[in-house]
Design a protein around this ligand. Structure first.
Ligand SMILES: O=C(O)c1ccccc1N[C@@H]1O[C@H](COP(=O)(O)O)[C@@H](O)[C@H]1O
Length: 214
């Protein structure tokens, strides 16, 4: 078992270095001010200078407008836009066309109907689908809540778009998550932190080792 890994919520040089030296395939920058992982445009510019082109730089946005996208794309030299709000299929297609970048659409999952709806609306429209758990009612964040969903909902499913599994993954459960779901990619934030918004180098390394089956 081996899969590709995105470490999300990278907001310090230590975190970026820990992820890259452990073998991360993609880094995520959160451009959503309410998040404890939020990174400024200047912060993204500084970090990106240390990231080789071989590592995918993904900007996470929640219902962002064109100007915010444009500024962050330039600052972080982004390769992919992660849309983690209630964006429509039309908006996904528009952003792809306007900015010429890959787009990943996050989908909140609690039942198989949610996966069917995502497939109907976004499969083949977004370059990547990102299956994440539905946020708890009290959360102000649409993701990054350390909540998982039933991975068997994805067992045996295939999509035209590439896809990632997210939500409550950590070094202890990612092996099972990949085996059960068949995910080609995993995405993690909370599960590799020591405190909210602060990444833990050891947990990042353990997570990547487990996901890739080293
Ligand atoms: O990480 C955040 O703060 C965040 C904020 C707003 C939307 C999404 C966010 N994170 C994404 O949520 C999933 C699951 O994260 P976790 O591992 O359960 O903490 C992941 O795709 C993050 O990129």
């Amino acid at each position: 078992m081996s899969c590709m890994v995105k470490i999300c919520g990278i907001n310090s040089e230590d975190a970026a270095m820990a992820a890259m030296s452990a073998g991360a395939d993609a880094l995520g920058y959160v451009f959503f001010p309410p998040s404890p992982r939020h990174i400024s445009l200047n912060g993204a510019t500084t970090l990106t200078e240390r990231v080789p082109d071989s590592i995918l730089k993904v900007g996470l946005f929640v219902e962002a407008g064109d100007e915010a996208l444009e500024n962050a794309i330039k600052a972080g030299r982004l390769d992919m836009i992660q849309m983690h709000g209630k964006e429509s299929p039309e908006r996904v297609a528009e952003v792809k066309e306007k900015f010429g970048l890959r787009v990943m659409k996050a989908v909140s999952v609690s039942t198989s109907d949610d996966i069917d709806a995502a497939a109907a609306n976004f499969d083949g429209v977004a370059d990547f689908l990102l299956f994440d758990a539905k946020p708890p009612k009290e959360s102000i964040l649409p993701g990054g809540n350390a909540v998982s969903f039933d991975w068997t909902l994805l067992t045996g499913r295939s999509f035209k778009s590439n896809w990632m599994l997210a939500g409550g993954l950590d070094p202890d459960n990612v092996t099972d998550a990949v085996r059960i779901s068949g995910a080609p990619w995993v995405d993690v934030s909370s599960g590799v932190e020591k405190t909210k918004g602060v990444k833990d180098a050891r947990r990042i390394a353990d997570f990547i080792r487990a996901a890739k089956g080293y």
